[in-house]
Design a binder for this molecule. Structure first.
Ligand SMILES: Nc1ncnc2c1ncn2[C@@H]1O[C@H](COP(=O)(O)OP(=O)(O)OP(=O)(O)O)[C@@H](O)[C@H]1O
Ligand SMILES: [Mg+2]
Length: 400
């Protein structure tokens, strides 16, 4: 009873003040209001558990005040004080949502026990609310876990399915290369063009394979190439590659490289993938006339790579989700929702971190920190991978 927040509303000053003193002595010092308007303005500023409310007051009468309270502060319980033998007022009060009513002259102990009962109801309701919130949260968590499990299954299935045709394409390209390099093909018209096209096919297959491996977190140590690379050149290359995404859009891509950036040891293929993902997202989020900046600088022995746009921004409620696999706000066919999850996977494997800052309607910036040298991380050992896949399969179905 000690913490109970009580508001006493009555236009009879003597009655109200005497009652307030007695309640204070019992450890419940109430706030006081001499009319309905004042009571509502107190409630606007401070939440109350119980309101003891006189029915007959000049200005707003008790029923009207009660209606307002129930509408704006539904968790507050109201005890009505009615005039002597005015039972109908009390009944009307209860119909409008009052907890109970007492007829004047009131018996103090009776009022005290009603206040206590009303407060217990408030506590019960709050407990129910907390339970419902907890249940809701758990259900949401379970739904996310289930979703991720089935996404994992789907990813495993997709990667498995795609790796087979990729192997066929690769083998066939190799076979064609062998043929055109045979002696009898020495005079083949446009031989060089064929060779170039075949090399492109092989490179494309190689990249697609890397993505499927990355997607599953299965990239083995030997899958990652560690080389000394110039991030600035890599950024230029990535911008060239995403140029076609800008068709029909006038977007300026600004490059800023601090002179102390130099080179780093990392995986050029995977970092190119990261740059392509981030710049493509920035282009998609930016209207014609917008600006994208790709910045590089060295800070405390690490390299900061920032891709910033002044596009549509990301709503706060999506900021936690954008790195989840398959989360996309783009229409089907335009986005798979894998870009950022792959990106984060790559960056973490390359010993780096990635952070996002965004303001809705103003733009977004992704900031990556990379060490100058990284021993490529293995998240799972080969032996651990099999049970991992098994687990996913059991949770969400088959991986085949
Ligand atoms: N620069 C950005 N500005 C605004 N929203 C962004 C930006 N980058 C990412 N997003 C949001 O994050 C979501 C997830 O991005 P992600 O790259 O993972 O997938 P996607 O771009 O939708 O599809 P894809 O797999 O083809 O890349 C996007 O759908 C978009 O809502
Ligand atoms: Mg993307």
């Amino acid at each position: 009873m000690k913490d109970i927040r009580l508001l006493l509303v009555d236009d009879e000053d003597d009655f109200r003040q005497t009652l307030a003193k007695r309640l204070a002595k019992k450890g419940i010092p109430p706030e006081q209001a001499e009319n309905g308007e004042k009571a509502l303005s107190i409630l606007e500023k401070k939440e109350m558990d119980v309101v003891v409310l006189d029915v007959k007051m000049p200005g707003m009468d008790g029923i009207e005040v009660l209606r307002h309270i129930k509408k704006k502060h539904p968790r507050t319980e109201v005890i009505f004080l009615t005039g002597h033998a005015a039972t109908q007022d009390g009944v009307d009060g209860i119909k409008t949502g009052a907890f109970d009513y007492l007829s004047k002259p009131i018996e103090f102990e009776h009022l005290l026990s009603k206040i206590k009962q009303a407060y217990e109801k408030v506590e019960r309701e709050e407990e129910k609310l907390r339970e419902a919130e907890f249940r809701n949260k758990m259900e949401q968590q379970m739904a996310t876990t289930e979703r991720l499990a089935s996404l994992g299954t789907l990813a495993a299935g997709v990667a498995h399915e795609i790796n087979n045709p990729l192997a066929i394409i690769n083998e066939s390209a190799g076979w064609l290369k062998l043929i055109i390099n045979k002696e009898e093909m020495a005079q083949m018209p446009r031989k060089q063009d064929f060779e170039m096209a075949l090399n492109k096919i092989e490179k494309g297959v190689d990249r697609a394979r890397r993505i499927t491996h990355q997607l599953l977190g299965f990239a083995k140590k030997d899958d990652s190439v560690l080389a000394e690379l110039n991030l600035s050149e890599l950024a230029d290359e990535a911008i060239q590659l995403v140029n076609r995404e800008m068709a029909n859009k006038e977007i300026e891509i600004i490059r800023e490289t601090a002179p102390n950036t130099g080179t780093i040891w990392s995986d050029p293929y995977q970092l190119r993938q990261v740059l392509i993902n981030l710049i493509t997202n920035a282009i998609h989020a930016t209207e014609s006339g917008g600006k994208i900046t790709v910045m590089l600088e060295a800070v405390n022995g690490e390299i900061n790579l920032t891709v910033q746009d002044n596009g549509q921004g990301i709503p706060k409620e999506n900021l936690d989700k954008i790195f989840e696999p398959f989360f996309s706000t783009k229409s089907p066919g335009e986005g798979t929702g894998l870009g950022l999850s792959v990106t984060r996977g790559i960056i973490e494997k390359l010993c780096g971190t990635i952070q996002v800052k965004s303001r809705l309607g103003h733009g977004t910036s992704f900031c990556i920190r990379l060490p100058r040298y990284c021993e490529i991380k293995e998240d799972l050992d080969q032996d651990e991978r099999i049970p991992f896949l098994d687990k996913i399969a059991k949770q969400g179905g088959s991986t085949q």
